[in-house]
Each structure stands twice: as structure tokens, then as C-alpha cells.
Ligand binder design. Structure first.
Ligand SMILES: [Zn+2]
Length: 158
């Protein structure tokens, strides 16, 4: 009985510790972001983590803020008016809207949606291929066991 009570006290202490660690983590994350923003504005390349194995590289050249993600690269707009979720995350929605305008933000949103939908279709196709023959769509079946193939596929989705 006594040990049961102690366990409860112990786990709530752990919960408090976890919460404190989480708050600490948030504060650290905010200062890391601030650091990155300073570097970006100074023209230094800045790495931002994406869903793929490799981080994206953000860089400012004059009044062009670029990113290596597929959203930024495939937006149908001049470079000065392109943005992506990484630049918006780093610089903030307000700053990015001020820079690229509502149109630029809308195009970035549309491109993200487009890429997510394309990704969904690929996943559905793979799911279908899992149930039937891989040659159904005239495509080579993916090597599902290969880490590399999963990694390069994921690069499409920032
Ligand atoms: Zn990006």
C-alpha cells in the first residue's frame, strides 16, 4: 500500500519535471528561432527542419528570401515574392505578408495544398499497389524497404 502511494507521488513529480522541461524547450526553441532570424537577415544560410531527413536551407540575397523546399521552388511567381511555410515560420506571418503580399501568401498556401494532395495520391496509389499487382499502373513498384527511396520521396513534402 505504502509503495503504491509513493509511486503516485513519484509519477506526479515526473509530470511536473516533464512540464518544466517542455517549457524550457519552448523557450529554447524561441531563442533558437530568433538566432536563426538574425543570421538569415545577415545573409547567412539557415537550416530549418522539414518532414524529410534533410533540413531545408533558407537564405537571403538582397530582397530575395529563398528556401530549398519544393513549395518555394515551384511557386509560379518572381523570386522576390515567393515564400513557404519555413520562411513564414521563421520570419512570422506578418513579416512575410508584408514582404510578398496577400497574393504571395495565397500562392504559397495553394502550392502547399497541391503538394499535399499529390502526396496523398501517391500514398493511395502505393496502398492500392500493395493490394494488387505493381504493374497495374505501368509503374515500377517502389522499394518499400529502402530508407533512401522513402527519403527522396519525402523531399516533395516540406
Ligand atoms: Zn521552405
Amino acid at each position: 500500500m505504502l509503495s503504491f502511494g509513493n509511486t503516485n507521488v513519484g509519477s506526479s513529480l515526473i509530470a511536473i519535471n516533464l512540464l518544466t522541461t517542455y517549457e524550457q524547450h519552448l523557450r529554447n526553441a524561441a531563442s533558437v528561432l530568433q538566432d536563426k532570424l538574425v543570421k538569415l537577415d545577415a545573409g547567412e544560410p539557415v537550416l530549418m527542419p522539414g518532414s524529410g531527413p534533410k533540413p531545408y536551407v533558407l537564405q537571403r540575397k538582397g530582397n530575395v528570401y529563398s528556401c530549398t523546399c519544393s513549395i518555394w521552388r515551384s511557386i509560379d511567381e518572381i523570386e522576390q515574392r515567393r515564400t513557404c511555410k519555413h520562411l513564414r515560420q521563421l520570419r512570422g506571418e506578418k513579416a512575410e505578408t508584408g514582404r510578398v503580399g496577400e497574393d504571395g501568401i495565397r500562392k504559397s498556401d495553394e502550392k502547399l495544398k497541391e503538394l499535399l494532395e499529390a502526396d496523398m495520391r501517391i500514398r493511395q496509389m502505393h496502398a492500392a499497389q500493395g493490394n494488387h499487382s505493381g504493374s497495374m499502373l505501368g509503374r515500377r513498384p517502389m522499394e518499400s524497404s529502402s530508407q533512401d527511396s522513402a527519403g527522396s520521396k519525402r523531399q516533395c513534402i516540406p
